[in-house]
Design a protein around this ligand. Structure first.
Ligand SMILES: [Zn+2]
Length: 293
């Protein structure tokens, strides 16, 4: 089945593709083992690998294929690796917001959400003079209050939700926020910690390549958007780097792909906003729940 109706992408393109990298770095150790991260040198080294070792390799790969990507970076990690942040910007890539210590906003008070947002913005402005316009929630969790908070602070788009195969708008009192839903994330396949047990184990790069490539095929067929989510600390290991290159080569075989940063895609979406679906950031309350057993 080939779907003929498609999204109004520029220049007759069929699909917009954006490779995105969530560079969680050392903040990951504090998520996995908050109480003991400061004692766990080996665990920390595993996550420092992302910004220290994997990032330069990923930037070289992107340069070789002339691809500009988007990097979502927690403020804490940016402060630890200013040279890496400079290299991202120098390479023409987009720098986007990903919390300060990679905080999961669910359960946090709303004024704390704002404090985190402002802290992350301040770090990018101080280090490289960039004010981010894109946001991906750490732990991929937005609250109903998140879109309005982002819009109020000048953000153009969010990429944390999954309500469509296409970009859409989220209504806020400050105007609509563009939502760019992500496709697959490699963390579910490669993220792993022995102690405490986190993740589901280590997948074969061949299997993960197949998962990503088939999702791309389906979205291309629909004329949709493909925002892949990679984590340098796992994606930059040699076998996964080869996998990423094979994914890029697979995507390159399709003729009508618009390769862009997520900011560029969001800018385009704003110009065709009247053709995008709009949703309200509301969670339906159940009117009946079975009592706990
Ligand atoms: Zn993350």
């Amino acid at each position: 089945m080939t779907v003929t109706q498609s999204f109004p992408w520029p220049d007759g393109r069929r699909l917009a593709a954006s490779l995105t990298f969530d560079m969680d770095g050392e903040a990951t150790a504090y998520i996995i083992d908050r109480a003991h991260a400061h004692e766990r040198l080996s665990l920390m080294s595993e996550y420092a690998y992302g910004p220290s070792v994997a990032l330069p390799k990923i930037l070289r790969l992107l340069e070789e294929y002339e691809i500009r990507a988007t990097f979502f970076v927690p403020g804490f990690v940016a402060e630890l690796h200013p040279e890496g942040i400079e290299a991202i910007v120098r390479g023409g890539h987009e720098l986007a917001h990903h919390g300060y210590m990679h905080e999961n906003p669910v359960g946090l008070p709303e004024d704390y959400d704002e404090e985190i947002l402002l802290k992350g913005i301040e770090v990018f402005e101080r280090l490289v003079g960039v004010r981010p316009v894109g946001y991906r929630s750490p732990a991929a969790e937005n609250k109903p209050s998140t879109p309005a908070l982002l819009k109020r602070h000048g953000f153009r788009y969010d990429s944390s939700m999954g309500g469509s195969d296409y970009p859409y708008l989220v209504a806020t009192p400050h105007g609509p926020l563009v939502e760019l839903p992500g496709a697959h994330s490699d963390w579910q396949h490669f993220g792993y910690s022995q102690n405490p047990k986190v993740g589901t184990g280590i997948s074969s790069p061949n299997k993960v390549l197949d998962v990503f490539a088939r999702e791309f095929d389906g979205l291309y067929d629909r004329g949709a958007i493909f925002v892949s989510v990679h984590h340098p600390m796992v994606a930059g290991r040699p076998s996964r780097l080869l996998m990423l290159e094979r994914l890029i080569r697979h995507m390159r075989r399709f003729p009508r792909v618009w390769w862009a940063t997520t900011d560029e895609i969001a800018r385009h979406c704003e110009t065709v906003a009247d053709r995008l679906a709009t949703v309200k950031p509301e969670i339906p309350a159940p009117n009946w729940l079975r009592p706990p057993v």
